[in-house]
Design a protein around this ligand. Structure first.
Ligand code: ADP
Ligand code: ZN
Ligand code: ZN
Length: 660
């Protein structure tokens, strides 16, 4: 009697055995519905066997086979790799690859459900020599594994390189997978890809799509109809029978790492898949992650450089650092930025004011007794919001009305401290009453299509000033935008996260890269009280490479990733004592299991020591030798699963993007 081993979306190790009748054509990657206890679940067949360790009369039968394509063997292999590398159940890993199983509705235009494409100039231009050299190198790697770091300054025309490299693959009947970090970035890139390659079928995959739309795009990819598949993190699991090239745009972006459930990194999964399929992969960015930078400097990845902006009229923006404390009197906007904004308004050019805080002000304090508004569920301050008015916690979602008087001393003089997007929006509206201003942050773009509407307004020149968070920093190409103002970036310098300065420098370079991308000269004004900090130095010199080299030296000295490989055990419970007890046991197990090349650190409270009512602590383990760490983790996870600790939740994060 044939047995199907089925991976099911549950945390238990699995896979689970089921029998099925002889005639049923099941194989690896088949999608089936099976009973598990009282439930009926959809799972993936990961092996066929003739025998099971489960007694015959206890075995259940496969209930149903899902019609449509099965997961191809390279996707099943990828899922197996993810399960083993991140020490998750094969079932939870498989769930990442299973398409939404609703009935597919017919979709217009390749069925992607993306916003209608904005008008994009289609001119197929000649590549400049740096672009041409990059394309030639990628083409020469066709049919074998090679990883390329395409390092191009902002506006250097990386997209044209992706497209030209894709052409060769498409011409040979192959498929191209392009990963992007943000849903918000997909419509613009989709429009560019469609405009540039109108003959190619483009399928778009991201989590913002309705299930039917996603399934339609998935099917188009799986049966080879879609020549180009463009998507976010999850798209790395898409079946692509003729896959010939993978592109990871903005490879440094933190959103490629899933922060809950199976904590995989989509860039690393993409590299694994390219290797498995023996195809080239291109990692594009202006500010490489230190992981990628290290790999390139060791020769594991090939470096391709685009040193200049592609539009011959464009040059890199002029950058000025000015005092932040001087800006406080001006409600956040200092005299230099104010004058520069006025000049743009006079010339009919656009400006962007960037601050990485949403809400009105990051705190509310009493002028008399120094009381400040704290979240009752987290070790964090509450953010003052004005539209609508409330105190909100950005960690757990807690909200309460703005107090009229200090709860500690009764004083009515409560002061919102610091600047968020709402406050700057108000400052700007007061300073420039005739300017057309839009705010872009998670609050203002919650409604579907809100972000696309702002982008359309920028393109139609019906907006003068954008004020917003890092949503605005990424990838956008606005030709009339000539001024970028940056506020509050110094906050990152106080962070205890070892990656804070790396992130800050990357963010500054990205956001500065929005200015002056076409014929109009760009200017960037950064308000800071620490102008001598290396992150600002990297921006001033527009030299991320030297900065990244310096950071790698620091990481080597401090023995931090990516020089070493780390994993972080995060533990939380309602009671601190339960957390500490579990971590003490976990630590004891780790020291018992660790061999010489694995370091086990002391458990410490998380940077956010309490969140949403849960006490949180963590334990870091690391090793200079990845296989040694992996062997250790496999044993440790087994030991952790056997620990008493029913009142705690724990997660293991392999290659965590922060130690917070
Ligand atoms: P990046 O992704 O590197 O930031 P883009 O691909 O968005 O850069 O290109 C920046 C701008 O330069 C775009 O407006 C693009 O159309 C233009 N561009 C790209 N390549 C060329 C080229 N070879 N000649 C002229 N303009 C180009
Ligand atoms: Zn008070
Ligand atoms: Zn909270």
């Amino acid at each position: 009697m044939p047995i199907a081993r089925v991976a099911l979306p549950v945390a238990a190790a699995g896979p689970f055995d089921y029998w099925y009748p002889e005639g049923l054509a099941l194989g690896d990657g088949s999608l089936v519905r099976v009973p598990l206890g009282p439930r009926r679940l959809t799972g993936v067949v990961v092996a066929i066997a003739d025998d099971s360790a489960v007694a015959r009369e206890k075995l259940h039968a496969v209930a149903d086979v899902v019609t449509g394509p099965r997961l191809p063997v390279d996707v099943v292999d990828l899922v197996r790799f993810i399960a083993s590398y991140y020490h998750e159940s094969i079932g939870l890993a498989c769930a990442l690859a299973v398409p939404p199983l609703t009935r597919a509705r017919r979709q217009p235009r390749g069925g992607d459900g993306a916003d209608p494409p904005p008008d994009v100039a289609v001119a197929r231009r000649a590549l400049n020599w740096e672009q041409a050299a990059a394309v030639a190198a990628i083409r020469a790697a066709a049919g074998r594994f090679a990883a390329f770091l395409l390092r191009g300054v902002t506006g250097s025309g990386k997209t044209e390189v992706y497209l030209a490299a894709a052409d060769t693959v498409l011409a040979g009947g192959g498929q191209v997978l392009i990963l992007v970090p943000e849903i918000n970035l997909t419509p613009q890139l989709v429009a560019r890809v469609r405009a540039a390659r109108p003959e190619a079928t483009v399928a778009v995959l991201h989590s913002g799509l309705a299930a039917g739309e996603r399934r339609a795009a998935w099917l188009a990819a799986a049966d080879g109809r879609a020549a180009i598949v463009l998507g976010t993190r999850l798209a790395v699991f898409t079946p692509l029978p003729a896959l010939g090239l993978i592109v990871v745009d903005e490879e440094h972006d933190a959103s490629y790492k899933q922060q809950d459930g199976v904590r995989y990194h989509a860039r690393d999964a993409a590299i694994w898949r390219a290797h498995r399929r023996s195809i080239p992969i291109v990692l594009g960015t202006a500010t490489p992650s230190l992981e990628t930078w290290l790999a390139a400097s060791e020769g594991r990845y090939h470096r391709l450089d685009l040193g200049e902006r592609a539009d011959p009229r464009a040059s890199l923006p002029r950058i000025r650092l000015v005092s932040q404390s001087g800006a406080r009197a001006g409600e956040g906007i200092g005299p230099e930025l104010r004058a520069a904004l006025a000049a743009r308004l006079g010339r009919g050019e656009q400006s962007l004011v960037f601050v990485n805080r949403r809400g009105f002000a990051p705190s509310l304090v009493c002028a008399a007794c120094k009381w400040d508004a704290q979240c009752p569920h987290c070790t964090a301050r509450l953010t003052t919001h004005r539209a609508p008015p409330a105190l909100r916690c950005h960690h757990c979602g807690h909200a309460e009305p703005l107090p009229r008087a200090c709860p500690a001393c009764g004083n009515v003089d409560l002061v919102p401290l610091g600047f968020g997007t709402q406050r700057l929006e108000r400052t700007l509206a007061e300073a420039f009453p005739t300017a057309r201003i839009a705010r872009v942050d998670r609050d203002s773009t919650r409604a579907k299509g809100a972000f696309a509407a702002v982008r359309a307004d920028v393109e139609a020149r019906s907006l003068d000033i954008l004020v917003g968070t890092q949503m605005l920093a990424k990838g956008h190409d606005f030709p009339r935008l000539t001024l970028v103002g940056v506020l509050g970036a110094d906050n990152a310098l106080y962070s205890a996260d070892f990656r804070a300065t790396e992130r800050l420098a990357a963010l500054l370079i990205q956001v500065a890269g929005r200015a002056g991308r076409a014929g109009l000269a760009g200017e960037v004004i950064v308000q800071t009280d620490f102008p001598e900090h290396p992150a600002y130095g990297a921006l001033l010199a527009q030299d991320y490479a030297s900065f990244a080299d310096a950071l790698l030296v620091e990481r080597r000295v401090a023995q931090l990733p990516p020089i070493v490989h780390a994993a972080l055990l995060g533990v939380e419970a309602h009671r601190r004592g339960d957390v500490d007890a579990f971590l003490a046991d976990a630590h004891a197990a780790a020291t018992r299991l660790a061999t010489g090349d694995v370091d086990v650190f002391t458990p410490v409270p998380a940077l956010l020591a309490r969140r949403a009512g849960f006490e949180r602590s963590q334990l870091v383990v690391q090793s200079g030798h990845r296989p040694a760490l992996q062997r250790f983790l496999a044993q440790w996870v087994t030991a952790l699963a056997a620990l008493p600790g029913r009142r705690v939740r724990w997660t293991l994060d392999v290659d965590p993007t922060s130690f917070g």
